[in-house]
Design a binder for this molecule. Structure first.
Ligand code: 5GP
Length: 207
């Protein structure tokens, strides 16, 4: 049976470990396709254009907005981030479950466009643990860490609009929890309307 893939939107405070969770999820199961965003922020050490992000200048990014090529976009700590439309559409049509790992404003905008999207919010067990992880990552200056913690405070105001809360304490448990939620989502009636039409037709033809 060919069914359209689900849209799974994963957000969480910077430093919550979303990247690690998503990597482990896509490595453990082959039904997922991870969308690669465009951004105007500088690449971190080890990041490659076209792998972690499509790195763009502000002019290039604004051109994507003008040409309506982004599914959603937002500004985060003075940089643009956005999801290219084409990949999401192609992969979902091909039946793959597409993951967007994006911040809260873009996530809520995407949910408005696509109410059937599954919104998951990943958080460490406490604010103290969040700060510890951000410092331990060692990829940002203290100024940027403080800006990201301030942003986390803002994001926390909107986290109750997500469908599910995922506490990232144990990585494997967290990955399996997400996978189970996605599998359950596939069983929702509105996700299976092609099947419904087919079996209705079969029943009709039988008489
Ligand atoms: P980072 O700079 O740490 O890679 O990402 C900063 C924030 O931007 C994270 O919360 C990440 O999820 C979010 N982000 C990454 N790509 C996108 C995107 O395409 N759209 C939106 N709205 N946020 C994104």
């Amino acid at each position: 049976m060919s069914r359209k893939g689900s849209l799974i939107i994963i957000s969480g405070f910077s430093g919550a470990g979303k990247g690690t969770v998503v990597k482990a999820l896509t490595a453990a199961h082959d039904n997922y396709a991870l969308s690669i965003s465009a951004t105007t922020r500088q690449p971190r050490e080890g990041e490659e254009d076209g792998r972690e992000y499509f790195f763009k200048t502000t002019e290039e990014f604004e051109e994507l907005i003008r040409r309506d090529e982004l599914y959603e976009y937002a500004q985060y700590v003075s940089h643009y981030y956005g999801t290219p439309k084409a990949y999401v559409q192609e992969q979902r049509e091909a039946g793959r479950d597409v993951i967007l790992e994006i911040e809260v404003q873009g996530a809520l905008a995407a949910k408005k466009k696509n109410p059937e999207a599954l919104l998951l919010f990943v958080t460490p067990p406490s604010a103290e643990e969040l700060k510890r992880r951000l410092i331990a990552r060692g990829t940002e200056s203290m100024d940027v860490i403080c800006a990201r913690l301030a942003r986390a405070k803002e994001e926390a105001k909107l986290m109750d609009q997500y469908d599910y809360l995922i506490i990232n304490d144990d990585l494997n448990a967290c990955v399996e929890e997400i996978h189970q939620l996605v599998m359950r989502e596939h069983l929702r009636m509105e996700e299976n309307l092609d099947f419904v039409s087919r079996i209705r037709q079969e029943l009709k033809d039988m008489q």
